[in-house]
Design a binder for this molecule. Structure first.
Ligand code: C5P
Length: 196
């Protein structure tokens, strides 16, 4: 069975947590596509060459989850050649037998516009900055809020595959939801589509 769940949204919206929970619940494979951009950025050198030659070792680095890697990722992610080099891998992953969940910024709009389920997970910049700040324990809340706003602007304003909800995406604002509540909402959407 091919069944793709596309989960998009800005940094620290909760999309990764929801994606992992949905994958575990329904037995789907999960791809955090942000890691691809983070790995390209951290590889250094020419980002287009890095994207074309990305391998498993690059994705296994232990520094990919840092704030600096996220910031660097959003800079290489504006380059159309970098994005193009990563498309085939993501589409193949999405078509795995047994179902797949991909989370990122352009999954429902560009990578998998035919996905069976599309979720757009969001939360206020203040809520997301608070979460990121608690999670990383680095810098001040104000600095993290500034980084969140800068990254949002870069992801939303880029010409190629900007961050935006697909027209048929289900919107999920997690600002006032616990993780369990947000996961439960997402689970309902997936279960309803699977039951059709
Ligand atoms: O989701 P994460 O914070 O790991 O993503 C890091 C950066 O990678 C994002 O800010 C965005 O610029 C880029 N990205 C993207 N398209 C995706 C996933 C991530 O442009 N599908």
């Amino acid at each position: 069975m091919e069944f793709t769940v596309a989960i998009d949204g800005p940094a620290a919206s909760g999309k990764g947590t929801i994606a992992r929970a949905i994958a575990a619940e329904f037995g789907f494979a999960h791809l955090d596509t942000g890691l691809l951009y983070r790995a390209v950025a951290m590889k250094g050198g020419d980002p287009v060459g890095a994207a074309k030659s990305l391998n498993a070792d690059d994705l296994a680095r232990d520094d990919l989850r840092s704030l600096a890697a996220g910031e660097a990722a959003s800079r290489v992610a504006v380059l159309p050649e970098v994005r193009a080099a990563l498309v085939a891998f993501q589409r193949e992953f999405a078509q795995r037998a047994g179902g797949a969940v991909l989370d990122g910024r352009d999954i429902g709009t560009v990578i998998c516009p035919e996905a069976e389920v599309k979720l757009f997970v969001t939360a206020s910049p203040e809520t997301r900055a608070e979460r990121r700040w608690q999670e990383t324990g680095t810098g001040s809340y104000e600095e993290v809020l500034e980084q969140v706003r800068t990254r949002d602007a870069r992801d939303m304003d880029r010409a190629d595959a900007p961050l935006r909800p697909a027209e048929d995406a289900v919107l999920l604002d997690t600002s006032d939801l616990s993780i369990d509540e947000a996961v439960a909402r997402a689970r309902e959407v997936v279960a309803a589509r699977l039951a059709r």
